[in-house]
Design a protein around this ligand. Structure first.
Ligand code: SAH
Ligand code: SF4
Ligand code: F3S
Length: 477
């Protein structure tokens, strides 16, 4: 779910490393103030979700959205700090905004998101043309900061909150396909994985009132959406205590509540931390047909010593048992992963353990990275980043090659099978074809059939496959 590169895609895409989020459209302000904003989003799906909250806050203020940054009065960039490369991309974009601002000095530039949180006021010294810096928990303060900046006062609000969940703000679904929507169910993270900057940029973990989550899912369904993805850095530790009754809602219960909105509403969730996903969650998945049989279960490394240094709190055996349990309870489940190569002190043998874990689990896909040291993290303070860059990259290539081979083989095994597919829209290559996904989150492409439209379900028989796509035809509409 991450994205460091400067190609542009719509907001609702599940993000991979080669893609990049960008301009929101479709925002009609309640009462226009004559000003427009342009927003670009980088990083994980949660950041994209936050941009929809920001768009909603700005629309309330009378701003309209534009895809054209040249005509915007306000340019916002919602940033990611997860790897050095993500931050480099943002700095490059800021250079471009600087050039625009030289021609149009009244235009305001704001930095939002994780990088704003990491660099705080330092941003205003480093990037002289930035007017406002706003952290992920301070978006309600945007109107005040913008009007201050219009009066020439640069503004910063990077306060992290223990309570903010933006539960009452209805996100503006922008650049959406009208079929799949994302719902943030929690914010922050309390797991101190030693490599990770998220606990520093997003603050403490807090869960959102489940009734507002269900209401949002219902609202999406009523507007024609047929799939929701519940988002959090660690969804399985969702825990909400009703302030009046003290009753506690945990993730398995939330999942069931959302699944009950309508059998035609597919439910997905991301991300699951292997230490927290419970049998209850797996049984709930098995019980409801509309809960998709797909779990993103990042392993990071297949070696117990490295996992310990990473502070992931599980070891190789524990992870393998979790995988066994998933396939036992949900035999048709697909599992995907995140993998980091070349973490501090990783030996060749330990890297082999990661390869054998990929082989063991048979991931349908993985997001794969080489380790990038992040200032301030536990690993940066405690361990030496001592694996040479070329070794990290070579190991990454080995991981990618193996994963591609496995995805290819798994997809080849799907040839001849019939899947229920939710139609999402035209395929990228041809407007004669639809694209959609099956429960296991695999992408299918197939010729259109009269009478069917995005948001409809159909049965597709797979004819051929590549490592990324299943190609088939509708057997039942
Ligand atoms: N909450 C999710 C992950 C969020 S960050 C989880 O715990 O699984 C997304 C992914 O980026 C991580 O899973 C990890 O694989 C990768 N990542 C995080 N920090 C990184 C770093 N310093 N270098 C390389 N990859 C990193
Ligand atoms: Fe980062 Fe770990 Fe939290 Fe995921 S669980 S966001 S990797 S600290
Ligand atoms: Fe990046 Fe922040 Fe998400 S660091 S991955 S945008 S939580």
């Amino acid at each position: 779910m991450y994205n460091d590169n400067p190609t542009l895609v719509g907001l609702t895409k599940i993000i991979d490393e080669s893609k990049q989020g960008e301009a929101l459209t479709g925002v009609e302000p309640l009462e226009a103030n004559g000003k427009s904003f342009y927003i670009e989003s980088y990083g994980c799906q949660m950041n994209f979700s936050d941009s929809e909250i920001v768009a909603s806050i700005l629309a309330e203020e009378g701003f309209s959205a534009t895809r054209n940054m040249e005509e915007a009065n306000l340019i916002l960039i919602n940033t990611c700090s997860i790897r050095e490369k993500a931050e480099d991309t943002v700095r490059r974009r800021l250079r471009i905004f600087d050039k625009l601002k030289e021609q149009k000095p009244e235009m305001l530039v704001g930095v939002l998101g994780c990088m704003a949180e990491r660099l705080k006021a330092k941003f205003l010294d480093e990037e002289k043309l930035v007017d406002i810096v706003v952290g992920p928990d301070a978006y309600r303060d945007l109107p005040k900061l913008i009007s201050g900046a219009e009066d020439g006062q640069k503004g910063v609000n990077v306060l992290l909150s223990r309570e903010e969940t933006y539960a009452d703000i209805s996100p503006l679904r922008l650049d959406s396909n009208g079929v799949s929507g994302f719902i943030s169910i929690m914010r922050g993270c309390d797991n101190m994985c030693s490599f990770c900057v998220v606990p520093f940029t997003r603050g403490r973990e807090r869960s959102r009132n489940p009734f507002t989550i269900v209401a949002e899912a219902q609202d999406l369904f009523d507007r024609g959406y047929r799939e929701v993805t519940l988002l959090g850095q660690n969804v399985d530790s969702f825990k909400w205590t009703n302030p009046e009754t003290e009753a506690v809602t945990i993730f398995a219960q939330l999942l069931e509540m959302v699944a009950q909105v309508d059998p035609l509403l597919r439910v997905r969730f991301s991300t699951s931390h292997p230490k927290d996903i419970t049998d209850d969650v797996l049984y709930t998945m098995a019980k409801y047909k509309n809960i998709c049989k797909y779990i993103h279960l990042p392993v990071q490394s297949g070696n117990s010593r490295i996992l310990e240094l990473m502070n992931r709190t599980y070891d190789r055996e524990w992870y393998k048992n979790k995988v066994d349990r998933i396939y036992e309870i949900i035999p048709d489940c697909a599992i995907s992963s995140d993998v980091i190569t070349g973490f501090c002190t990783e030996t060749e043998e330990e890297h082999q353990d990661t390869l054998s874990m990929i082989e063991y689990t048979q991931y349908s896909m993985s997001y794969m990275f080489f380790y990038s040291e992040r200032p301030g993290t536990l690993a940066a303070r405690k361990y030496e980043d001592d694996v040479p860059l070329e070794v990290k990259k070579r190991r990454l290539n080995e991981v990618i090659r193996l994963q591609n081979q496995i995805s290819h083989n798994l997809n080849a095994k799907d040839v001849g099978k019939v899947f229920e597919v939710l139609i999402e829209g035209d395929s990228k290559k041809s407007d004669q074809d639809f694209k959609g996904r099956n429960s296991q989150n695999k992408q299918l492409v197939f010729p259109k059939k009269k009478g069917l439209k995005p948001g409809d379900y159909c049965k597709v028989k797979v004819k051929t496959s590549t490592s990324a796509t299943l190609i088939g035809e509708i057997v039942e509409g």
